[in-house]
Write a protein that binds this ligand. Structure first.
Ligand SMILES: CC(C)(COP(=O)(O)OP(=O)(O)OC[C@H]1O[C@@H](n2cnc3c(N)ncnc32)[C@H](O)[C@@H]1OP(=O)(O)O)[C@@H](O)C(=O)NCCC(=O)NCCS
Length: 173
């Protein structure tokens, strides 16, 4: 995989790091568990399903992929995203930035990588993701990454849950 680089200075600090992307390795399981448990609106109820998805995509890479963001300086894992190759669409199943590295450009770097994968995939036209209607921060995040709000689905994950759907159209030049 191409290791594209982005230098990001975190807002309000002189701290800087180079964010790179790579594919999941088996040794990433523990840090993924930690990220799921610590992330806002994730936690224990999501853990088993997230780990199962990792196992499935590892066994059947044609179904999906786990991508890891890391700091090139010390190889620290900064975040991960799980993407699914659906019919005509790339679906972001989950995206989590490590709780120590929020608002440092990690999430947008992961989205850039997903866009690159989508552009190279001949059958994929859009990237799709959904998020809870109460999760203002994640909606702001997807809008900032160029996604459009495409729909609102009441009772999507449970009777008490409503999801907002975002899409990004891939340009294929
Ligand atoms: C959503 C998430 C992945 C964003 O990751 P991140 O690495 O912090 O995002 P970035 O630093 O790339 O932010 C890019 C832009 O998104 C927007 N944004 C990100 N977090 C935001 C927040 N909490 N509130 C408002 N806008 C936000 C901002 O416009 C931000 O740019 P800025 O920092 O220059 O203002 C992260 O908040 C996260 O892991 N949350 C917990 C898990 C989760 O909810 N995932 C999404 C589930 S659908």
């Amino acid at each position: 995989m191409a290791r594209l680089e982005l230098l990001k200075l975190s807002p309000g600090s002189s701290f800087g790091m180079t964010i790179q992307m790579r594919e999941f390795q088996i040794g990433d399981r523990e840090v993924i568990k930690e990220m799921v448990l610590e992330a806002e609106n994730f936690g224990t109820p999501f853990l088993d399903h997230e780990m199962l998805r990792i196992d499935v995509y590892t066994a059947f890479p044609q179904l999906g992929k786990i991508l890891m963001a890391f700091a090139s300086e010390n190889k620290e894992v900064l975040g991960y995203t799980a993407i699914q190759f659906d019919w005509r669409a790339l679906v972001i199943n989950s995206i989590i930035t490590h709780h120590d590295h929020l608002r440092e450009g990690v999430g947008s770097r992961m989205i850039e990588e997903v866009k690159e994968i989508g552009k190279k995939h001949t059958l994929v036209d859009v990237i799709r993701v959904d998020t809870g209607d109460f999760m203002e921060y994640s909606q702001q995040f997807y809008l900032s990454c160029g996604f459009e709000r495409a729909g609102y689905v009441p009772h999507y994950l449970s009777w008490t849950n409503n999801q907002v759907i975002f899409v990004y159209q891939l340009s294929k030049q």
